[in-house]
Design a protein around this ligand. Structure first.
Ligand code: SF4
Length: 260
């Protein structure tokens, strides 16, 4: 860990790539109006990543307000500034139902987020969108989080090394807090290893039969899901362990709808 990455320094300010309001496009809250705080920097490099501009600590944060105005802020953004912006968004757009803390990977900057939410209570609940491979510091952060959207990263389509142990521990911490709603998204495509997918389902089910699972078809970054998607999704659902009746298909609706 470098001096610049020490918890004390990271807690003083956050690297954020963009802040905006739009419609949640994924999971059980798809269609809800959310405010998005996209943290810059990620510990993974998935080949299907559609937020490559947020994988490193960018120098400025782009803010697009609900009224269409915009501004840029130098990074890192301090607690007071972020709190002011969040309050402004919620006041200007009463339809905002949640604040999605996304990335990049927000858990990389968990010390900042925990300190920020200790000092500031947003008007609406927070949803943590995460790759679910950094369990360190999660329990403390969940004091301030109402919903966790946890990805399971499969090596056969992410191009990353297996993360089973990290996912296991992450889900264990999430489910140790019954007040926190946790659901799981699993990006899939025609090249996904069916055994890996089955292992992911077993892993999730071992932590709670009620955790909702969404298979998220990987698109070509323009929102287009390739031919044959129906066939492979159907095959996956038929081959999964146990009942697949509570496993949903969740394409990224914001891309299909042509919104951000
Ligand atoms: S974890 Fe998410 S943000 Fe990071 S590389 Fe993978 S898809 Fe992109």
């Amino acid at each position: 860990m470098t001096v610049l990455e020490s918890p004390a320094v990271m807690a003083a300010g956050a690297y954020i790539s963009e802040i905006f309001a739009s419609f949640q496009g994924e999971g059980p809250r798809a269609g809800q109006r959310h405010m998005f705080v996209r943290f810059a920097g990620c510990n993974m490099r998935c080949v299907y990543c559609d937020t490559e501009y947020s994988l490193t600590r960018v120098p400025v944060c782009q803010v697009e307000y609900p009224d269409g105005s915009s501004r840029t802020l130098p990074n890192p953004v301090d607690i007071r500034t972020l709190s002011t912006i969040v309050a402004e968004f919620c006041a200007a757009d009463p339809a905002i139902a949640m604040i999605s803390l996304t990335g990049g990977e927000p858990m990389v900057q968990r010390e900042f987020i925990a300190r920020w939410l200790e000092e500031f209570s947003p008007a609406v609940p927070c949803l943590l969108e995460t790759n679910a491979v950094i369990p360190e510091g999660l329990d403390e952060l969940l004091e301030h989080i109402e919903v966790v959207s946890a990805d399971i990263k499969l090596p056969s389509n992410s191009g990353e090394s297996p993360q089973w142990e990290s996912h296991e521990e992450f889900l264990r911490v999430c489910t140790s807090r019954p007040a926190v709603e946790t659901y799981v998204k699993v990006p899939v495509d025609a090249g996904t290893d069916a055994d890996e997918l089955a292992r992911a389902v077993r892993l999730v089910r071992s932590h709670g039969p009620d955790i909702r699972i969404f298979l998220q078809p990987i698109d070509d970054r323009s929102g287009y899901i390739s031919d044959g998607s129906d066939a492979y999704l159907d095959a996956f659902l038929r081959e999964l362990p146990g009942s697949a009746s509570d496993i949903g298909i969740s394409p990224q609706l914001h891309k299909l709808a042509g919104v951000r």
